[in-house]
Design a protein. Structure first.
Length: 230
């Protein structure tokens, strides 16, 4: 399978909101395929994905997929279409920096390989972590945690396109700078800090505390009962 850099994917003018929903459709469809479901209607797929059928049809139209009236969508073909659009049919090589509790959990996540991502390097500054073998590779193959000073070598040797930062906030920017200098073109940042990167580098931030606060907001709204006569 050919190795591609993250910046090699050619944009097709698909709206960002649609791109954000495509992984959800892909996950739902993959479950349907596993269950042997050959076709699915837009209404069924939309309900399982938490969107309206109109929004689903518009999203999928950006892929050139319109389904068949009275039949629906071919699940295997549609999951392939979405996987291709997301780049999941390629071999995306990933280096994780920071193998604490979060980084360790990410490294152990078994869903990467089935979605086209291969963990080729694990890096940590903690001497007690260095040398540890974690079953993060394809088919559970062990990947050894390397010291932080080897970061550039790990990226280059693994031909990594994506760097995952799971370090404390104070270290995140310097780690990011080193990843970019070594050739990484996409960064997934779990550190609670905004990173500065060149224009050609894509950054996605995962802020777990913010997501919990948003959930708390909605939970509070649901728990507030309107006053009688209001």
């Amino acid at each position: 399978m050919p190795v591609r850099r993250a910046s090699d994917a050619a944009p097709r003018g698909i709206p960002e909101a649609t791109v954000a929903r495509l992984p959800v459709y892909h996950r739902v469809l993959a479950l349907l395929v596993d269950r042997g479901v050959a076709t699915v209607s837009s209404e069924e797929l939309a309900a399982a994905s938490g969107v309206t059928s109109a929004k689903l049809r518009k999203d999928l139209s950006h892929l050139g997929s319109y389904g068949v009236r009275g039949v629906g969508y071919d699940t295997e073909y549609l999951v392939y279409q979405i996987a291709r659009e997301l780049g999941l049919t390629q071999d995306w090589r990933v280096v994780i920096v920071g193998v604490g509790n979060l980084g360790h959990a990410l490294a152990n996540y078994g869903g990467f390989a089935s979605r086209g991502f291969r963990v080729v390097g694990l890096v940590d500054s903690d001497p007690s972590r260095v040398g540890e073998l974690i079953p993060a590779g394809p088919n559970g193959q062990p990947v050894q945690v390397r010291p932080l000073e080897d970061l550039e070598e790990v990226v280059r040797d693994g031909e990594a396109a994506i760097g995952v930062i799971a370090t404390p906030a104070p270290a995140a920017q310097s780690v990011c700078d080193r990843l970019v200098s070594a050739g990484v073109t996409s960064v997934l940042n779990f550190a609670p800090v905004v990173l500065s990167t060149p224009d050609h580098v894509g950054v996605r931030k995962v802020d777990l505390a913010t997501e919990l606060q948003i959930l708390a907001f909605h939970e509070q709204r649901r728990s507030v009962r309107p006053e009688v006569g209001a």
